[in-house]
Design a protein around this ligand. Structure first.
Ligand SMILES: [Zn+2]
Length: 446
């Protein structure tokens, strides 16, 4: 915690941001991610000129409104909190390695097997009030670390919505996380009356040399628009999935009656007297969550015309890969063309750009993606289909199928079916999802 209280020390002031992006400095914040070739942009530009012969070509510059890495990772934490059933303080956490790969995501909730619909969600009088959530709930940081898809989180960055408590600080230090980035929702940082718990946390993080940094997003909110990607009548189709109520009905059986019995015997907490355990009602479904993660990831794309994101999820519902369409690592966003429709194919983006599915697979945080499901806004092209099949992905959940009648899509469908990859069209249950980046403190309040 070397720089506590500094105001966005690494963040460029918002009025300079446009210029900052134009210079491509955004990526240079994390030099490992790009520019591995050692080429500077001038050299790359010369090479490009030599290979293609620019004359009357249409120049298209990169998109300016993409999310910075910090904004993106904090938004993942915020999106994750939308899965939480906690009515008062839903929280989310996102852990990122040195290559900017997401290796863990989590939200606060009861441990596996402990029913969300039976255990109490009320806030308690003490940490051991057995009729409240406190003794049972796992916080988002613990859940993220336990839910990681990589071998470990040593040396990683953690993105959270509020200052971690002392229990969190212990887990952060012991797992060897090296930096904590906190969503800053107010103009100034005041630490006038921190609780004893928070003070202990600051002492621990400081002694353990964990860097703490606040980040104030340059935008108040992010709107993920599901209908922009598809035909507007999609939302009216009946859902192919079992509804949330059906799923609840299945789980309300043995597991829940056992939980009720144990709570009565050990905690004198009679569930039958409390028909509603106080859980939050507007949390999002797994399907909506993973597709929203793909849409959020698309917001990192520099392509001015098409932004596509992909999210790979394993059988334990862990996010193991995220990707968006863009040029290969080390290939400049500023030098390569973003144009379409030029006569010379070398002046168009298509020969250079990697699709979101390929990037998600290559960018995975886990050892492999075998048996997983990929969520993607657009039905995969034939190249991505090959990569999806060869990497062992078993299910494709897509939203738009606007290229259905092209030969590329036909080839994809043939190969997917031969390889027994399940195809499922996602039907959005909402028109848009708003991630309010000004809400961090309210959510995270202890
Ligand atoms: Zn593709």
């Amino acid at each position: 915690m070397k720089e506590i209280g500094t105001f966005n020390d690494e963040k460029v002031p918002s009025h300079k941001r446009k210029l900052f992006n134009q210079k491509g400095c955004d990526e240079k914040e994390y030099p490992n991610v790009r520019d591995k070739t050692g080429d500077d942009e001038q050299t790359q530009g010369k090479r490009l000129k030599a290979e293609s012969k620019p004359d009357d070509t249409v120049k298209t510059s990169k998109r300016q409104s993409y999310l910075s890495w910090d904004e993106y990772f904090l938004s993942i934490a915020l999106l994750s909190s939308k899965r939480s059933k906690d009515p008062d303080s839903p929280s989310g956490a996102c852990i990122v390695d040195k290559y900017n790969r997401v290796v863990a995501v989590g939200y606060n909730g009861f441990p596996k097997g402990c029913s969300d619909t039976i255990f109490p969600w009320q806030t308690g009088k003490s940490k051991t009030d057995l009729h409240s959530k406190e003794p049972y709930v796992c916080n988002s940081i613990t859940n993220a670390i336990c839910n990681k898809c990589s071998d470990d989180v040593a040396g990683c960055r953690l993105y959270v919505m509020s200052f971690p408590g002392s229990d969190d600080a212990k887990v952060i230090i012991q797992s060897r996380i090296k930096e904590v980035v906190i969503l800053q929702t107010r103009e100034t940082l005041d630490f006038e009356s921190p609780s004893c718990d928070e003070q202990a946390s600051r002492i621990l993080l400081d002694m353990a040399n964990v860097r703490v940094r606040y980040y104030k997003p340059s935008i108040p909110s992010i709107t993920l628009n599901f209908l922009a990607e598809s035909s507007s009548n999609l939302i009216d189709k009946p859902s192919q999935e079992p509804s949330h109520n059906d799923l609840l009905a299945i789980s309300t059986s043995q597991k829940e009656s056992r939980a009720s019995q144990l709570l009565l015997e050990e905690a004198k907490y009679d569930v039958s007297n409390i028909p509603d355990n106080g859980r939050r009602k507007d949390y999002i479904s797994w399907q909506d969550y993973f597709m929203a993660m793909a849409f959020l990831t698309a917001e990192r794309s520099k392509d001015p015309n098409t932004q596509v994101g992909a999210c790979i999820v394993d059988s334990e519902k862990r996010i193991i890969g995220l990707g968006y369409n863009g040029f290969p690592q080390g290939c400049s966003d500023l030098q390569l063309p973003w144009a379409r429709g030029n006569k010379n194919p070398l002046d168009n983006k298509y020969l250079y750009v990697c699709h979101a599915e390929v990037n998600a697979i290559m960018n995975k945080g886990s050892a492999n993606v075998k048996g997983s499901t990929i969520f993607v806004a657009l039905f995969p092209c034939e190249n991505c289909a090959k990569m999806i099949i060869q990497s062992g992905i078993k299910e494709v959940v897509y939203m738009s199928d606007c290229y259905h009648d092209t030969d590329g899509a036909r080839a994809s469908r043939i190969m997917f079916q031969c390889a027994n990859v399940t195809l499922r069209q996602y039907v959005p249950t909402m028109q848009e999802l708003i991630l309010d980046l000004t809400m961090g403190n309210q959510y995270g309040a202890k």
